[in-house]
Design a protein around this ligand. Sequence first.
Ligand SMILES: Cc1cc2nc3c(=O)[nH]c(=O)nc-3n(C[C@H](O)[C@H](O)[C@H](O)COP(=O)(O)OP(=O)(O)OC[C@H]3O[C@@H](n4cnc5c(N)ncnc54)[C@H](O)[C@@H]3O)c2cc1C
Length: 680
Amino acid sequence: MEAREIEVLIVGGGFSTMPLIRELEASGIGWLMVSPMTPIWQQLEAADALDFDLVSSLQSSVYSFELVEMLKEQGDNFTDGFPTAREFYDIHKKYAARHAANIHHGRVDSIDNHADHSIVHLDSGEQFRARHVVVATAFRRLMNANLKQIRVDASFAGKSVAITSTGDSSNLLIAKLVAHGAKVHLVTNGFIILDKMFATFSPLDDGPRFVPLDQLECHNFSEISKWSYRAFIDGGYIHGLIHHRFAKLFDRDSLGVRHPKSIRPHKDIRSFFRAKAPVENGHIAIKYWPIDVYKLHCEETLEQKIRDGYLINDLPFFLEHGHVKLWDKTDATIDHEAMTISEGGETASFDLIIDGDQEVPNIPDIRMQGDGGIFAYRPREQFLGVTSPQLDNIYTIGFTRPFTGGLNNISEMQCLLVHRMISDPAFRADIRDNIDQRIAGYNATYYASRPEKKTDHLVWYGTFTDEVAKVLGIRPKRGDTPGFMGLMKYYMFPNNVFRFREKGRYAVEGIDGLIAHTAKQYHDYKVLALLVIRYPFFELLALGTILLAPVPWWIKIPLAIIHNRLPFTSTLVGKFGLPTRESKAIFNYRKAISFPVLAYPVVAAVVWAAAGMGAAFGFSAALLAYVYAMIHWGTAKGWNRKFFCDMKSKRSPEMVGFFEKYRQIFARAQSITQRSDPPD
Ligand SMILES: Cc1cc2nc3c(=O)[nH]c(=O)nc-3n(C[C@H](O)[C@H](O)[C@H](O)COP(=O)(O)OP(=O)(O)OC[C@H]3O[C@@H](n4cnc5c(N)ncnc54)[C@H](O)[C@@H]3O)c2cc1C
């Protein structure tokens, strides 16, 4: 059979490649997509399992040009948040329908790569000869099959289910199981788990202001100080980085102290802040709705929200109340026949076991030139996840994923990079000329010196988008955003793709409006700026007190080092975290702590100049003691909430009562949905 010729052949039709198609069309480059068009979302829809919301925010999950469209349609009502799976898939369907004429239904079996073209073989026996091939076939994963096949319903009430993998997808299953009254045995080697939505209060607003986690990452702030950025991102410490004995002393309410099996082994997490980059690649984070924020966000229209797919997936809450029990993966023994798990003399039986596995790129066989053999995708051998020194004119998209934020932030930037490599031969030659050095440079920055692991493809999204923008020459510079607002925009806005598409080669019309609207919605990220500024002042107070102490200098230095090594301040500031509710009293209480600390450097200097070092030490020590006492007092009263996994709020009778109400409404919503299901 003669091969059909095409300029660009896209293998796989999913969400990831639509921005590439947009650019190819704009440049008049011929393209064809070959795909059976069975993305995971289509499969979930067919299994009636599109009943959840995304773990990443709208602004990080949807194409920049689509966000502009949404803003045009919805005007001032356009807000960030978490799209439902159905809304997300609807966007994909819209674009797939728009480009239907260029989609050839079929499955690619293998690809032969040659110096200036590739031959693409389909299962059907058809062949294509393409100048450029883009592979975007997503990942293969057992957990995806579980989501399709396991229908969690009321029959699970009172049952026990063992789950052997921990991630966002298994957490979705856990949310449904617990809501139906099942008990979950989670066999794990620990996890990083983060609140996916925050509620902040300000006397200037009516009610809470909601901000998704991934929009609070202010990536460029790391340019000012990597240390401060890490301390801020730590948000009171990344679960597991702090030693649990220390945590026991300072924060008995932390998840790790209350549920030690949730702590990820130190060897897996210690490199989190050890790379040259602010945050190392290769970590997994689960993102969940903390029950208190869920209550604020969903309670008013709870039944509808549940029907839309917004579920409580607060794993720390479930652990605290015994709905989920943790088993240590390295020590537990699972007897599949007897359906039991045992560990340390304890045994539990289960009615069903759900296994998971790691993500593996679902790439068809690519035969490399000459006798090169079959291409194997390895994140550390691929430049920015899209181009390999081993392949000519074959690109990959969608195999780099964020550990917070949406995949689209990554894949849209990858699409722009691939488009430029396809459409600009000089640019392509430039990249290919020193691709090995480029890859080595990237690896040296983004991986601490540790062996490869299966999660190496997971990246901190805002530094990834930034790296691609630099290569493409579309990264706004500090000088491009003058004035105070420009300063805020540069340092406080997260690196969503649309930030790089306001001006330059890949500008999208209307992005300036989207940025202005976002700035308005988030009040120019002023709350974030306050949090960022507050932290170093707390540090200064603690260090100032040590340095002014009436002890010899050789004691001060180790004390300062110990202070720096142990996250005293971040634990403290983490506890101060966020106000729990709207209240003038709470607002004033927080001002009474923050303002003296912000004024500390000036006041301490004045006291020192006027009354000497002893007086300055007295002032510092008194202020430090006051701050500690106030923060602990506010925490005891329930006015402060830790940024992540606030276990105190999870035990409050208010939340326990709300969960009971949620379960009742969940059961009602489910029975209505099931009754309205069409018969098979
Ligand atoms: C339960 C779940 C929740 C998720 N939540 C989020 C979230 O909150 N935020 C987020 O950003 N991402 C999330 N993702 C991940 C990701 O965003 C989506 O899966 C996304 O749609 C991936 O897009 P893609 O284009 O890479 O792959 P897909 O959309 O899966 O498309 C791959 C396409 O390739 C085709 N294909 C496969 N093999 C071949 C072949 N050999 N030849 C030709 N075609 C082939 C398939 O038929 C399919 O059409 C989630 C995923 C799952 C499963």
